[in-house]
Design a protein around this ligand. Structure first.
Ligand code: UT7
Length: 324
């Protein structure tokens, strides 16, 4: 008998305001055509004035709890992946805890930028396998619109806001790769690449939250090889290979990165969940958003093998293999 962290609920929230590429043409030297062909993005959602990361996280969490058929107080832990918290502290996770009306358990944030959900999922899996928690709410939630430099056409057209949430529950499995739940995790980071993607402010430097800076092209060139390597390593850890995969659920930064990774893994685009056209890059929210949309559209079904992968600021990157 092996303990497994099994996904029993998933949900998401997107802010009401949808911004098409054409809106950027009015104040930037850019075109819908450039954004579409270079990134695959057609539109993104932006949070309303006053709408916060924790509010979006709470809305996504409620949807995930509904699907799992659980009450908030049945949750033992809340782990939120975010780089755009409401406040420097306390954590968004504790805001979610109180927003859901939870009176027990524990909550904290994980910060690994666009790879944040992979790190949070791995962390939550550890909580379950070590007996710290039986039911964990894992959330990715971001308001990247708040850290955009609206004069920088090379970044501000790429990002969006949103939240996705997953309920993980402890279940016993047989110990084989046929079990439902998280089967393997692979985490990586390399701080030598910190200048490739960062925010130019913070508590101990400028005292202000700062704006996002990115060397897009060098990062693009790192992304496909690192994502393929981590996904293949995670599959290998679970004694599986690409041929066993039903769906790749990738971080949604750029359609060309998504296509390049699928190709290197030898899988057709028909086996990839793609939401980048509708959401843009929502950083740590992008994978749980894609999972939720994939389930809602009836693509992802119980028993199927998913490989999730992401890369972002740090650089930090990784992959989680999960049987749905
Ligand atoms: O989520 C974290 C991980 N993030 C990523 O993985 C993002 C990785 N990078 C990318 O997705 C791509 O590198 C971008 C979409 C950011 C850029 O695509 P690219 O094919 O790498 O283009 P580039 O940066 O090499 O720029 C090509 C040209 C440049 O003009 P010149 O120097 O060739 O004259 C840019 O100034 O495109 C120009 N450009 C734009 N033109 C119109 C940059 N942004 C824009 C824009 N509209 N919005």
């Amino acid at each position: 008998m092996t303990l497994r962290a099994v996904a029993t609920g998933v949900g998401h929230y997107l802010p009401e305001r949808v911004v098409p590429n054409s809106e950027f043409e009015s104040f930037l030297d850019t075109t819908d055509e450039w954004i579409r062909t270079r990134s695959g993005i057609e539109r993104r959602h932006f949070a309303a004035e006053g709408e916060t990361t924790s509010q979006m996280a709470i809305a996504a969490a409620k949807n995930a709890l509904d699907m799992a058929g659980l009450q908030p107080d049945e949750i033992d832990a809340v782990v939120v992946a975010t780089s755009t918290p409401d406040l420097t502290f306390p954590s968004v996770a504790t805001m979610v805890q109180s927003g859901l009306g939870m009176t027990r358990g524990f909550a904290y944030d994980v910060q690994a930028v666009c790879a944040g959900f992979i790190f949070a999922l791995t962390n939550a899996n550890g909580l379950i396998l070590s007996g710290q928690a039986e039911r964990v709410l894992v959330i990715g939630a971001e308001t990247f619109s708040r850290i955009m430099d609206w004069t920088d056409r090379s970044t501000c057209v790429l990002f969006g806001d949103g939240a996705g949430a997953l309920v993980l529950e402890a279940r016993t499995g047989s110990g084989t790769s046929q079990d439902r739940g998280i089967l393997s995790c692979d985490l990586n980071s390399d701080g030598r690449y910190r200048d490739m993607l960062y925010v130019d402010g913070g508590v101990s430097t400028s005292g202000a939250s700062g704006k996002l800076r990115m060397q897009g092209n060098p990062l693009f060139r790192q992304a496909v090889s690192k994502l393929t390597e981590t996904a293949e390593r995670a599959l290998e850890k679970a004694s599986l290979g690409s041929a066993d995969v039903d769906w790749i659920v990738p971080h949604q930064a750029n359609i060309r990165i998504i296509q390049g990774t699928a190709k290197k893994m030898g899988l057709p685009m028909e086996q990839v969940i793609v939401t980048v056209q509708d959401h843009g890059n929502t950083s740590a929210a992008s994978i749980p958003l894609a999972l939720s949309v994939g389930v809602q559209e009836g693509k992802i079904r119980e028993g199927q093998l998913l490989v999730t992968e992401a890369i972002g600021g740090g650089l930090a990157w990784g992959s989680v293999v999960i049987r749905w």
